[in-house]
Design a protein around this ligand. Structure first.
Ligand SMILES: Nc1ncnc2c1ncn2[C@@H]1O[C@H](COP(=O)(O)OP(=O)(O)O)[C@@H](O)[C@H]1O
Ligand SMILES: [Mg+2]
Length: 277
């Protein structure tokens, strides 16, 4: 019986095999349907490289001793498919990615409507105008994007609205797994909070599985069931979220927790009670 939607075992990535340096080194994890895995770690730790391999945008490399890891999705070893052939793989539409910067991932000449309709045509073979329109409106509702914004180009939308278009676009082909690479990093805190709430609702209502990359542990705490922390391409923590927050296994995990901004509330200062009378 299939218990895991995704299994990643012992995968490596080197951009320069001759040098023997690895951007991702012997990383593995599993993800069940409806679960969210958070991937944390400082800039350059290999987070994007890891999820780009899962999205099949980039190939895996052999390990230093020639070992071959694998990426298994719905019982198919998708890492055996080279990225340029994965476009025609039946699982292609089941894995979708949301990028950090909507300004580079959304086509500046496409209205929000066209951006969301594009994967419906390209990946689902939808042709009928009325059918496409109905589905785009459904997706806009799902990500709480008002219909009147659908005729706008990316530069006429706010950061939060662009993030919603990116999420709607990823949801369009009905994926089982969404990979989100720091999708809220460029947003201010209140907009970030609303997008995280939206993703949490989508996870619950659609039973979506997600991998959410962020260098910010407080963002991952809200959404994720398990967290994997990377440092220089390697796994330093892989644990359920409560366990990581209560008892990190590594000194690095502990230092990340200590560096988290403290929530506002109790402080050593007495509350301000107005001007002295
Ligand atoms: N296309 C590439 N060519 C060469 N090196 C790369 C490429 N992409 C990433 N790297 C290197 O791989 C390492 C991990 O990068 P990345 O996965 O982008 O980290 P993160 O997403 O955690 O910030 C970095 O040292 C980065 O410079
Ligand atoms: Mg990155």
């Amino acid at each position: 019986m299939l218990t895991h939607l995704l299994s990643v075992e012992h995968i490596y990535k080197s951009f320069d095999l001759k040098s023997g340096s690895y951007a991702v080194s012997d990383v593995g994890f599993t993800l069940r349907r409806g679960e969210c895995l958070g991937i944390a770690g400082e800039s350059g730790s290999g987070k994007s490289t890891l999820i780009r391999m899962i999205a099949r945008l980039s190939d895996v490399s052999p390990g230093p001793n020639g070992e071959n890891g694998y990426i298994n999705m719905s019982n198919k070893t998708i890492s055996l498919w080279p990225p340029h052939l994965f476009a025609s793989h039946p699982l292609r539409k089941k894995i979708q990615m949301v990028f950090q910067d909507p300004d580079s991932s959304l086509n500046p000449c496409f209205t929000a409507f066209s951006s969301i309709a594009d994967p419906l045509r390209a990946l689902c073979g939808m042709r009928k105008k009325e059918e496409i329109k109905k589905r785009v409106y459904e997706l806009a509702d799902l990500v709480q994007l008002p219909h009147e914004l659908l005729s706008r180009l990316p530069h006429q939308l706010s950061g939060g609205q662009k993030a919603r278009v990116g999420i709607a676009r990823a949801l369009a082909p009905g994926p089982d797994l969404i990979l989100l690479d720091e999708p809220t990093t460029a947003l201010d805190v209140s907009v970030q909070g609303r997008i995280l709430t939206l993703l949490d609702d989508l996870k619950r209502n659609l039973g979506l599985s997600m991998i959410f990359v962020s260098h910010d542990l407080s963002v991952l705490k809200l959404l994720c069931d398990n967290i994997l922390v990377m440092l220089r391409g390697k796994t330093v923590e892989y644990a359920p979220v409560e366990q990581l927050f209560s008892n990190p296994a590594s000194g690095y995990g502990k230092s990340l927790l200590e560096a988290m901004p403290k929530p506002p509330g109790r402080s050593s200062q007495p509350p301000y009670s107005g001007p002295a009378m």
